[in-house]
Design a protein around this ligand. Structure first.
Ligand SMILES: Nc1ncnc2c1ncn2[C@@H]1O[C@H](COP(=O)(O)OP(=O)(O)OP(=O)(O)O)[C@@H](O)[C@H]1O
Ligand SMILES: [Mg+2]
Length: 251
């Protein structure tokens, strides 16, 4: 049996009278890349916020390792967060700092490394996303896609055990999409790190996912390897991955 590093256990969550998650359960396997797919507004980003302890469910539990992150004092939660890294959908850099200084921030906050050591690790992280030359640039000098890659570098610079990526490749050209997808895979191989990736890019999901989970109407309706998902007989899954207008999904 594979180790489970994080788990949503029978989670329900509503915003006002809108139910987003309904008795939703999901295991995140350690050392694997789990991709969550689903319609826009289905609640995918909400799942990442639950895993990071940023949101509390109305019912159910969220575990990271053996910690119940919904019922923990903030100080203990921060300790867990140090080992997790959340890369938001729209990762913003601080305008007043250089790209290098932005990517250095988590290391300055969480480690006692020297300036020279930090510079080396940050350059390495920037190079892994093809941005080695931007260390001394200001964020305003970068394109939207470059900013996103810099946000990605900042998310991985501390080599976290569990990285939560919210749409890491949305809006990027195919070459950079490939570069980022490849970086997520390499990180997993090199560090045995675990990743949860939300993406609408099926090609990139098929390239990187060990497991795919489909969220629909508040619950995970399909879970399996890429091959299992592709072969799924669930008409909702098939309609979604084929991008068809015809099928059970209300449009
Ligand atoms: N703080 C909030 N208050 C009220 N409603 C919210 C809040 N955050 C999210 N929602 C709603 O909850 C639903 C799920 O949002 P979420 O961001 O998790 O979806 P998503 O699956 O990530 O969508 P997308 O693919 O468009 O990013 C959406 O309908 C959204 O409008
Ligand atoms: Mg989202």
């Amino acid at each position: 049996m594979p180790n489970v590093i994080a788990r949503l256990d029978d989670v329900s969550l509503s915003y006002g009278d809108r139910v987003i998650l309904r008795n939703c359960s999901l295991d995140i396997v350690e050392g694997a890349i789990t991709c969550i797919i689903g319609l826009s507004g289905a609640g995918k980003s909400t799942i990442l916020r639950l895993l990071d302890g940023l949101r509390k469910p109305d019912a159910g539990h969220v575990y990271v390792r053996d910690h119940d992150v919904c019922h923990m004092p903030e100080s203990a939660l921060n300790e867990v967060r140090r080992r997790i890294s959340l890369s938001f959908q729209f990762a913003a850099l601080l305008d007043s700092l250089t790209v290098g200084a932005n990517v250095s921030l988590p290391l300055r906050e969480h480690t006692q490394l020297s300036d020279a050591e930090i510079r080396k690790i940050v350059l390495d992280a920037l190079e892994s996303v093809g941005l080695g030359h931007t260390f001394d640039s200001m964020p305003s000098e970068l394109s939207g896609g470059m900013l996103k890659r810099a946000g990605f570098a900042r998310a991985i610079v501390t080599r976290p055990e569990l990285v939560l990526y919210d749409e890491p490749t949305t809006g990027l050209d195919p070459i950079v999409t490939h570069l980022i997808t490849d970086t997520i895979v390499r990180l997993r191989q090199k560090l045995n790190g675990t990743a949860v990736v939300i993406s609408h890019d099926l090609q990139s999901i098929y390239m990187m996912a060990d497991y795919v989970a489909m969220l629909f109407e508040g619950a995970i309706i399909a879970y399996g390897t890429v091959d299992e998902i592709k072969r799924s007989i669930n008409p909702i899954v098939q309609q979604f991955i084929q991008g068809s207008e015809v099928g059970p999904i209300p449009i």
